[in-house]
Design a protein around this ligand. Sequence first.
Ligand SMILES: [Zn+2]
Length: 848
Amino acid sequence: MKTTKKPKTSVLLPSHVTPIRYNLTLKPDLENFTFWGKEVIDIMIDKDIKEITLHSKDIDIETAQAGVQFATKIYYDTKAETTTFTFKNKISRGKIKLTLVFNGIINETLRGFYKSKYEIDGVTKHLATTQFEATDARRAFPCFDEPAQKAVFDVSLIIPGTHTAISNTLPTSIKEHEAGYKIISFAPTPKMSTYLLAFIIGDFEYVEKNAGRTLVRVYTTAGKKHQAKFALDVAIRCLEFYNKYFDIPYPLPTLDLIAIPDFESAAMENWGAITFRETALLVDENNSSLATKQWVAIVIAHEIAHQWFGNLVTMKWWTDLWLNEGFASYMENLCTDHLFPEWHVWDLYLADRYAVALRLDALANSHPVEVTVHHPDEISEIFDMVSYAKGSAVIRMLAEYLGHDTFRDGLRHYLKKHSYNNTETVQLWESFEKVSKKNVVKMMNTWTKQTGYPLISLSKKGHQYSATQERFFSSRISREKYNKGTKQLWHVPFAYETNNEILKTITTKNKVPLIGASIGKLNFEERSFVRTRYDAETILKLKQEILDCKLSVKDRLGLIRDMFALAEGGYIDTVTALDFSLAYKHETEYIVWAELASGIGKVYALFGDETYKKYALSLFSPLASRMTWEHIKGEEHSHTFLRNLAISGAGSYGDKNIIKHAQKLFKGRIKNPIRADIRSTVYAIVAQNGGQKEWNLFKNLYLKEKMHEEQERYGRALAQFRDNKNLCATLHFAISSNVRTQDAPFLIGAVWGNKYGRDLTWKFVKSNYKIILKTWGEGGHFLSRLLSPLGTHASVKDADDIKKFFKKNQAPGSARTLEQAYEKIYSNALWVSTDKVKVKKWINNNYK
Ligand SMILES: [Zn+2]
């Protein structure tokens, strides 16, 4: 088993200097986009020194002073992102004040201290905001920019008299300053990490309400506060839920949620001042879809969970980032389920995040949840689905295994014991172990310290069933390579059904006997993070149980998901999976259909031709005809999603009636507005069957639209055309000044993910790589997100070409993404060459 190492000492600042308190004053210039700053840091020094090093990036330091002594030399190490001050005389150990005066820029990269642009009545306005996680506080002020270097912050901001400033705490004084400026001083923060500090300066409006002793406010730019009500209500209810659940009251007097027009991720959990992308916070009752509403609730629940898990107790180093993200991703569902039980978010989670984790962690080029990282580029690359989704999946497995009350008590124990401090993963397991008296450390280490997860195979000898485990790979090439090496084993809490009885067992060995004369579905309700495989006799029995509607929804979902995955990995024939899918023709549940659609779509992207569409339509068309186009009052949340899926599936595979109806709705949309829930789907069908006229229409709608959610829908439509000319125009539009930096990678990715735009996009990326690198290559997650659709290519020729290109061109923060793409492409190519003829024959025989 691989163990994680401590970060190399070279990436950590020297340990003999630690910060205690920062007194920070910044004066941003919102016309020239620069800022002036002064800070006095109380530091503790453990030994006599002549040099002090701290982090800074793109900051020009005017003067540095330790006590009364000025630095004689200031040295910038741009690679390490540090600045070292050298002093003539020795500085004695003990407490001393380090005073720095500096200048910096309010940049456009959406990291550090950056500007965001928006329009009010045709007039361009700007606001300045911060995004410090993971390592960008150093772009706003020189600091000890490591999560374990917690300190107290006293922030003062000198801003124009007309503006508002928000920071982590409430202002304690607002005084007039020279020439139309005012100085706002904020109350000291709790002891916390640099990456959680925030300040936002602009012209805002807000709604507010008290939740017990906490003032909750939701801020928007002018004219949008009516879209903030849903968020305010959700935030208050989340706060009440967590106060009780964690049994520790939220420690600040205020909690602000701020919508920012330009934002890299969905949201950022700055303590007391959470920043959001507009689409993750704002809800317009008439124009937001149910999916957006759910997303907003989930994101708010995620960020507020961080106020305890991450902010109050923080990981020691980024190796344990998953502790923050895996947990928040688990808690977001727990809390949203409590707030909106009628949404059944845990079921949706199983078809969404959980499925993503299973796919990503099936690659040899995945990484352990606990992953050693050093450089900022490596750190930003682990903000991926392994940390978020696999993290939450293994936590869900543990919660099911321990029982929910024990799980909650373990969390309380951990949060109380480590408040205002830093931890490593093992300390969380120790809390669970103490509370549950179960061997949690040993079990969970097998899930967080090694890459991948097991495939559990059922076999039968005589009357005895047994289960074996081996690591699952989606690439047959990786599997073959791996099989020559060492075998991994997991502690699997594992439930299965026999004669209507659920038996639980923990497997730690390669092979374990299972009790029961006849065994059905393994991994009961998909509780464990594994895939399953069956012998021929059992699979026939399971297929019949699906046709007879005997299995639970989650088990039906798990079976078809694993069948398609086994086909991709070469464990079974693709034809076997396609044949198995036919058992689902009467399926009624959205989450099962989501898996079916994904499996059918993936095979289509690689093998698809006109006859294949007939097979897809044999499933989607009857489903669509069973649904109404209109929303039924009081219908189930998941029914709304199923309608979309059915229409979108049938429409995209060419169901003429569906296409006609979608076009009719679109044409009549001014008189009869289309319900927000199906707008995206209708737009997509119109684009798929449209030409130049429709492209121009969507582009103009995109340009005029002020509501970000609706604008995104038009953007997605622009990516759905099926001819080179229009798709090419979409790609050029994406990198024009008409599309925000934050939105373009999604737009390019959507064209890339479109079967008809795949080769075109790669050509486009190659010839525009200089612009792409300049705009999205500044680190962060943008570039790796933009490049991830590379893995949809399916020929060795493409893989070789892509490899050659990236040998010559750098791709910062995307090393793993590229390795994953190569693994996927070679695997796709082999899959196609092995199964193409068989699939074609099966399709022709059945769907002529
Ligand atoms: Zn998070």
